[in-house]
Design a protein around this ligand. Structure first.
Ligand code: ATP
Length: 217
């Protein structure tokens, strides 16, 4: 099995996430993409997060009917309330895999540029192949700043994908994605009473409406 771990706050999950997962699944022939909403992300406490149950619920709705997309409880609320570090989640997931399985760590260009600030990022790089998806406003060229040692060699890969062997990981770059959607814009739009159709899957839009999420006041 070829399995990708796709972590985030998913507050809410949107078409940018789904596009990234779809492109990665196709280009890397993934069997599963695990969408892992984080209950207590260490590096994203800038806004008050919507309760985990709602974020997970929306992810479950977005994954519905899409065979390869799996809503995962790997980062459900921890009993000790400690921040959930990706390195520990990847380690836990890896222990459940069978020999011959391959783990991919999927993230957008913005998140990858932040990687040097993540706990034990060098160790994390060694646990999975990395898949970086382009995102408007973030230069894929800047990823060289994160990979200090530079690529060791370019590997053969299908059109739409650039693959490099690095010191600690294999890095796959998907440059063709330009989905100009961010969760914070969706939250703002809902608060202003605007429509979000087309930005989130219809069932997620419905859920936001029914639960009264992101409304001002
Ligand atoms: P916020 O606006 O609240 O910061 P977000 O839209 O960036 O949220 P996250 O849940 O933080 O969403 O993102 C989870 C993962 O999905 C990250 O790796 C992020 O880089 C990636 N991602 C989010 N939006 C896009 C997009 N439009 N294109 C490509 N990748 C994306």
């Amino acid at each position: 099995m070829r399995i990708a771990l796709f972590g985030g706050t998913f507050d809410p999950v949107h078409i940018g996430h789904l596009g990234a997962a779809r492109a990665a699944a196709r280009l890397l022939r993934l069997d599963q993409v695990l969408f892992v909403p984080s209950a207590s992300p260490p590096h994203k406490l800038r806004h008050r997060l919507t309760p985990y149950e709602h974020r997970f619920g929306m992810v479950a709705l977005a994954c519905g009917g899409k065979g390869k997309f799996v809503p995962s409880l790997l980062e459900a609320p921890p009993s000790d309330g400690q921040p959930q570090y990706s390195v520990l989640t990847a380690q836990r997931l890896k222990r459940t895999l069978r020999s011959g399985d391959r783990l991919f760590f999927l993230l957008g260009a913005d998140a990858f540029l932040d990687l040097p600030h993540w706990k034990d990022h060098d160790r994390l790089l060694g646990l999975a192949d990395f898949v970086v998806v382009s995102r408007p406003g973030f230069s894929i060229r800047d990823i060289r700043k994160v990979i200090r040692s530079g690529p060791l060699r370019r590997l053969k890969s299908p059109a739409g994908l650039k693959t490099f062997r690095l010191l600690r990981t294999t890095l796959h770059v998907i440059e063709g994605m330009h989905v100009e959607v961010a969760a914070r814009e969706i939250r703002k739009k809902v608060a202003a009473g605007g429509p979000v159709s087309g930005l989130v899957p219809p069932w997620v839009e419905d859920y936001i409406e029914k639960e009264g999420l992101y409304h001002a006041g």
